[in-house]
Design a protein. Sequence first.
Length: 261
Amino acid sequence: MQTTFLHISDLHYARQYEGKGGWLNPILQEMDDPLQQLQNLVNENPVKPDFLLLTGDICEDGSAEDYSYVEKRLTMMFHVPMISTPGNHDNKEYYYKGFLKQKQSDSGLNDTLCHGIRILSVDSSDIAHQDGLITEETVHELQLALNSHCEVPTILITHHHLIPDQVSIAACAYPAAFMETLQNSNILAVLNGHTHHPNIGKFAGKKCYTTGSLSFIGWDCADKVVNFTEQPSMMLFQYDNQLSCTLIQSKKQKQLGSVRL
């Protein structure tokens, strides 16, 4: 039986951006509504996923009301289960309260079975490590999880990217045991966001998919000036004994401006 799912990331949503984002604020103020951008993509590319994966930065330092609003809009848009993990721009307390509607967990791992696929969500967000951190405790939880239900096709999701030199942003930090654990596992693929640039590569011998952003894209340039554009994208996956991926990206590109660092 074929299973279809959507992978979206980095909405950086807020009902209002005043005072948010620090040096990114001028760019956030120029963005179109990321949820409307997603709706536009779906209108142009009708899809009927069985579930939705969100790999972090759902809101830009959002309130519980912001997260609740995003959850309601996505539910109205797709009417399917949603599996997510927070990013470094998410307010974790309000993410749990407003989006997940549950008490905040101390665990670094969430284990969900959805339409015959097991999703292991690793929380790589850490207030002291903006580029991401996977702890030894989380790796231990992951090892225990992978030792059970080995026959079920499994996907790992995290916010931060894992491949060194994938982009100019540093990759997530992790203990050596994390790579070894993935190498010896039945994991089909690793999915993440964070970079805002779509990419397909390999990490620990596993296919690694980075979906694009539904908000802004930053482009490095000379003299410590970063140019920003808007070209929303998402990834559509299908699984039927093997995993296939299609990048869906808007044909429209909007200039958002430049910021000197």
